[in-house]
Design a protein around this ligand. Structure first.
Ligand code: HEC
Length: 112
């Protein structure tokens, strides 16, 4: 009983957190173009695997900070076309459609 309630509560807290992150990120979108890549990186949840500021703390997920913008765009397009395959990224890359370049510019601007 208690456990179930705890699980429900965690889900609720996560949902609230997600909605807050979303609205914060979408709000940031209306600002200058500079923040757009960062906002999309957060809104799409890329950070949950690739880490805050593109620094992954998990060896299973590559860090993206400081990688070349062109290269990141190429990788996203390769996942979208199926040329490169990974269960997680094949699902994520299509969500970045239209924002590949701004996200890549944001990531490449970060320190290694
Ligand atoms: C569920 C976890 C997860 C999420 C969310 C995720 N990725 Fe990834 N990403 C991965 C994994 C795992 C790899 C490595 C895939 C491989 O080994 O082929 C990867 C690889 C990449 C690469 C190539 C990096 C390299 O070193 O080869 C790029 C670029 C990338 N992701 C961008 C993104 C972007 C942009 C988003 C948000 C739209 C995103 N990812 C969301 C897990 C994730």
């Amino acid at each position: 009983m208690y456990n179930l309630q705890l699980v429900m509560m965690k889900k609720y807290v996560l949902a609230v957190f997600f909605v807050m992150t979303m609205s914060f990120s979408l709000g940031a979108l209306s600002e200058t173009g500079a923040g757009e890549g960062e906002a999309m990186y957060q809104a799409l949840g890329c950070w949950s695997c690739h880490g805050k500021d593109g620094h992954s703390e998990d060896d299973n997920y590559p860090s993206l900070a400081g990688r070349s913008s062109d290269w990141i765009v190429q990788q996203l397009e390769a996942f979208q076309s199926g040329e490169r395959e990974n269960p997680m990224m094949s699902a994520m890359a299509p969500m970045a459609e239209g924002f590949e370049r701004v996200i890549a510019d944001y990531l490449s601007s970060l320190k290694l």
